[in-house]
Write a protein that binds this ligand. Structure first.
Ligand code: G6P
Length: 608
């Protein structure tokens, strides 16, 4: 969703802001703009559509002179993606320019009030109220005007502000939307996420909600909402620039699929010491674990699908009830969650609005909360009682791949750890599962090695307009993610179905030539799944099966077979999803889709 950058220093701000916006393109956007301040004047330029339009319009930023400025990529919420609605918004007297990420929930009421006071609105955005409020409250004291403005705003927002009267100064405000400050030498930055900062600096400050900062080329001062100076620690980002670049691959998605063995290794290896699972960052004692009666896993999108996989594994091993629920439902459901509930929140970005709201709701009900997150210092990571990071590195493609598999790996580690602490598995089972988890990076590589065969199958099946994924148990949980991957990037309609449920209605849609992708790696239910394969074949469907290596019986049932490396049944979702990620990728490529930036989607959904 919307991306924000800010720069103040000794270099021309325009090109630096555009470079930062390029790195934020992956978040999803439909218009862009920059504003640069120079000797008491603010120059702004905006363009709808691709960032390239703004680069051309401003001659790569050179047309906007000045050493300090703000930039924005907008993902339209209030008003169409037009140039007028694009940020930055500039006050009528030209004194303020503002960029905003999030939603000002009381904007309609503020707009009415400001209109009555004589302010004229030019856009349909909620953001424009901010610039008029600053104009209204500004009496020569920038900090006071910012505080008064922020005090009037409800909702989620990260703001970047420049004022013509304050050369070289940027204001950054954070309230329930991500914003990170970057410390350079003789220059300072802010951005919605670290990918826009790492080419300049790895020293960052994470703002807390309610804090704001003043940045000049010499330094950064952070204040709380009452205007008191706050001392902040500097964190070091471990991601490097290369990690956020394509490194020779045609798409970030392909690069990230290929990176999965490394990401899994980085996530698993530090947590298994001499054969024992060690979960740094989790302070749950055995006694506390024994007091847990129920586990609720909540998340959105693919993270929710990882949670579905986790619910099967954890319940099977720990023998306590485990449910996965999408965060946007859980938050408004008055759920039965209390002190005896462990709530596991999963999020790659750590900034998904519904996930954060569900986490807050569960905390308020007294639940113990544990987060599985990829982005260090993100809101979810800060709010949860315990944090287990997935060490996947930056994920740029909108369709998650390594984010998902590392989440499943962490859930597997956590489930095995809990099962042993609760005395629900014996030593042999524990050792076998730990060994299985440790083999995931190598097995994942073997699944990636199916690449050429998957490309061939994608060529063969890319013309289908609608298809089904079926499976049972963990295979079904993997179907959910496989189907979403295909939909997201190739725009082909697909549905994930619990195979046994097909005949209760959906089988009516199976006709001659319909593609049914059957996941049958969960061998305990292989025969049951074969019955479902026969049902769809009898109605003319084509079947592409994903089976465990060595399963010869599948040849008699399916038209095509993809073999996933042999695994412990509880660990198959990690390896069987890999060929299906590749399948989605190559189908989308065959169909000429914009793989890294699918239409209408955003990498990080920071509004409800
Ligand atoms: C968006 C992304 C998905 C992601 C979901 C949850 O919809 O496009 O890929 O799974 O958000 O994101 P999170 O950062 O919370 O994992």
């Amino acid at each position: 969703m919307c991306g924000i950058v800010g720069y103040t220093g000794g270099a021309s701000a325009g090109p630096i802001l555009l470079e930062g916006l390029k790195r934020l393109e992956y978040r999803g956007y439909d218009s862009a703009g920059i504003a640069v301040q120079e000797s008491g004047v603010i120059h702004a330029s905006k363009a709808s559509g691709h960032l390239q339009h703004l680069c051309e319009k401003t001659h790569d930023g050179a047309d906007l002179p000045g050493l300090c400025g703000i930039g924005h990529t907008r993902w339209a919420t209030h008003g169409a993606p037009t140039e007028t609605n694009a940020h930055p918004h500039v006050s009528d007297d030209g004194k303020f320019a503002v960029v905003h990420n999030g939603i000002i929930e009381n904007y309609a009421q503020l707009r009415e009030e400001l209109t009555q006071r004589g302010f004229v609105f030019h856009s349909e955005t909620d953001t424009e109220v901010v610039v008029h409020l600053l104009d209204y409250y500004y009496k020569g004291d920038l900090k006071a005007a910012v505080m008064k403005t922020v005090a009037r705003l409800d909702g989620s927002f990260a703001l970047g502000v420049v004022c013509a009267d304050h050369p070289g100064e940027l204001i950054a405000v954070k309230s329930a939307s991500p914003l990170i400050l970057g410390l350079g030498v003789g220059e300072n930055f802010f951005a919605s996420d670290v990918t826009a900062l790492v080419s300049h600096t790895r020293n960052v400050i994470y703002l807390e909600d309610g804090e704001f900062a003043s940045l000049t080329s010499e330094g950064i001062t952070v204040f709380d909402c009452a205007g008191r100076e706050v001392s902040k620690s500097i964190s070091r980002v471990v991601w490097d620039v290369e990690a956020a670049e394509k490194g020779g691959y045609e798409h970030f998605m392909l690069k990230e699929i290929m990176e999965q063995p490394r990401a899994l290794k980085a996530t698993i290896e530090p947590r298994v010491r001499e054969g024992e699972i060690v979960l740094d960052g989790v302070e749950l004692t055995r006694q506390q674990l024994q007091g847990i009666r129920r586990v609720v896993i909540t998340a959105c999108g693919s993270a929710y699908h990882a949670g579905c996989v986790g619910s099967y594994i954890m319940e099977e091993l720990c023998r306590i009830p485990v449910e996965a629920e999408v965060a946007s439902e859980l938050r408004y459901r008055n759920p039965l969650i209390g002190e005896d509930t462990l709530v596991i929140v999963i999020s790659q970005s750590g900034e998904t609005a519904d996930t954060i709201a569900a986490l807050r709701e569960c905390k308020a009900r007294g639940a113990r909360t544990l987060a599985i997150v990829n982005v260090v210092g993100s809101t979810v990571a800060k709010l949860a009682d315990d944090v287990l990071y997935t060490w996947a590195g930056p994920e740029i493609a909108v369709a998650t791949t390594k984010g998902y598999t590392t989440q499943v790996a962490v859930l597997s580690l956590l489930s095995v750890y809990m099962a042993r602490e609760l005395g629900r598995i014996d030593e042999d089972r524990y050792r076998a599962l730990v060994n299985g988890i440790c083999s995931l990076p190598e097995r994942c590589q073997r699944a990636i090695d199916l690449n050429t065969h998957v490309q061939y199958l994608a060529k063969r099946y890319h013309n289908n307009s609608s298809l089904f994924f079926i499976g049972r148990n963990l295979d079904y949980a993997a179907c959910l993610e496989a189907s979403l991957k295909l939909k997201e990037i190739s725009y082909i309609h697909s549905e994930a179905y619990a195979a046994g449920e097909l005949k209760h209605g959906t089988i009516a849609l199976i006709d001659e030539g319909r593609l049914v992708i059957s996941l049958c790696c969960y061998e305990a239910l292989f025969d049951k799944l074969v019955s479902n394969v026969k049902e769809v074949k009898a109605r003319g469907a084509k079947v592409l099966a994903v089976a465990q290596e060595g399963n010869r019986r599948i040849f008699a049932e399916a038209d095509d077979v993809l073999f996933a490396p042999h695994m412990d049944p509880l660990l198959i979702p990690v390896t069987e999803i890999v060929p299906l990620q590749l399948f989605a990728y190559y189908v989308a490529k065959e169909n000429g889709c914009d793989i890294d930036k699918p239409k209408n989607l955003a990498k990080s959904v920071t509004v409800e």
